[in-house]
Design a protein around this ligand. Structure first.
Ligand code: C5J
Length: 222
């Protein structure tokens, strides 16, 4: 065990039971023409975290610790897309429609892929998920159990949607959860700030928050 400086109190890192989970660092959420922009968002606000997510991933890889990636996407026949999700709001393009990067949020399309700078390497687990949370309708829980993972470090987009949903799912399943502040972003900076506050409030009711350098310092000695 090694303590990482964190809020609301130090995070007791167990290098034999920890994995990094990088949520939805996809072109559809970070580049013009994708799902994020179709909902009216300024995607430049979230694209800026890529260098910090990359440093975090490299810290885990250098320490020989597991990295897991998730992708929000649906099958080409849309059989895993509930009408309530497809028809919500008034976006310029809906999930499954053809956009400049292929069909929006469909598995295998160019826009659905993970950004090259933070892309998975051979041997890393990639979870395709139809929901916001990465445990819903995916093999993630079984994979974590099989690997003996008890702690999850979180990064990715967007803080208050897929990251927070997955963190809450994990917290309820008994995982110790730590989110890295610089490695997550929202289209709404005040939503990110509020989410970090919610996570660490009430004695860490959902988990811990930490700065990237404080984690990397401990990982480099792991
Ligand atoms: C959203 C996500 N925001 N990955 N997805 O729809 O947070």
């Amino acid at each position: 065990m090694a303590d990482i400086k964190a809020l609301p109190f130090p995070f007791p890192l167990d290098r034999n039971a920890v994995a990094l989970i990088v949520i939805d660092m996809q072109r559809d959420f970070t580049e013009p023409g994708g799902f994020g922009e179709s909902l009216g968002n300024d995607v430049s606000l979230v694209a800026g975290i890529v260098p910090d997510v990359k440093r975090l991933i490299e810290g885990f890889r250098d320490a020989g610790l597991p990295v897991i990636h998730t992708m929000e996407c649906h099958s080409p026949d849309l059989s895993d897309l509930p009408p309530a999700k497809q028809n919500r709001g008034n976006p310029k393009l809906r999930i499954g429609d053809m956009g400049p990067m292929g069909r929006i949020l469909i598995s295998g399309e160019p826009g659905t892929s993970i950004l090259p700078d933070v892309a998975p390497v051979d041997g890393e687990l990639v979870i395709e998920k139809p929901g916001k949370g990465a445990f819903y309708a995916t093999p993630l829980g079984d994979e974590l159990k099989a690997k003996g993972i008890r702690q999850l470090v979180f990064a990715g987009v967007t803080t208050e949607v897929c990251v927070q949903t997955t963190m809450r799912e994990a917290n309820d399943r008994g995982y110790e959860c730590l989110i890295i502040e610089e490695a997550t972003a929202s289209y709404f900076p005040h939503f990110k700030a509020a989410t970090l506050d919610m996570i660490r409030a009430q004695g860490g009711i959902v988990g811990w928050t930490a700065k990237l350098d404080d984690l990397l310092e401990v990982l480099s000695h792991a």
